[in-house]
Unconditional design. Structure first.
Length: 133
């Protein structure tokens, strides 16, 4: 999750500026509360879709949403379609684990494989981003 956090932040920073979560302007789906909203004013003061505090608490479900929204324009330049599917699997897996649902061997293997792929690709992309301007 940490590698994905850094990659999402850097790709979005390059596209929208250092405080992209304030300047982004898209409607974010508030996964934590389960509501679609233009702002999170009910949770944070301000008029932005995501606040500073929110960015630091974003998880794999949030990153999956951001990557999905910006896939064609930004993230597809760095990642494979396989990573995109793996991110969807991780987001679904996190939801299942957080809600303490039964996890069978097949599900465990799916999530483990997704973690390995995401970790490998995110690390490679992060290295490339750090060594290019």
């Amino acid at each position: 999750e940490t590698a994905v956090r850094f990659v999402v932040f850097e790709v979005m920073r390059r596209a929208y500026g250092a405080q992209w979560w304030k300047e982004y302007g898209e409607v974010f789906f508030d996964i934590h509360d389960g509501i679609a909203t233009d702002t999170v004013a009910d949770r944070y003061e301000g008029e932005y879709a995501v606040s500073d505090e929110y960015f630091t608490t974003m998880n794999v479900m949030d990153f999956d949403k951001v990557m999905d929204m910006e896939w064609d324009e930004h993230f597809s330049k760095y990642f494979t379609d396989e990573l995109r599917e793996s991110m969807h699997s991780l987001a679904a897996g996190r939801e299942k684990i957080v809600n303490k649902r039964y996890i069978d061997r097949e599900f465990y293997e799916l999530v483990r494989t997704a973690i390995e792929l995401v970790s490998r690709e995110a690390s490679d992309v992060l290295w490339k981003l750090e060594h290019t301007s």
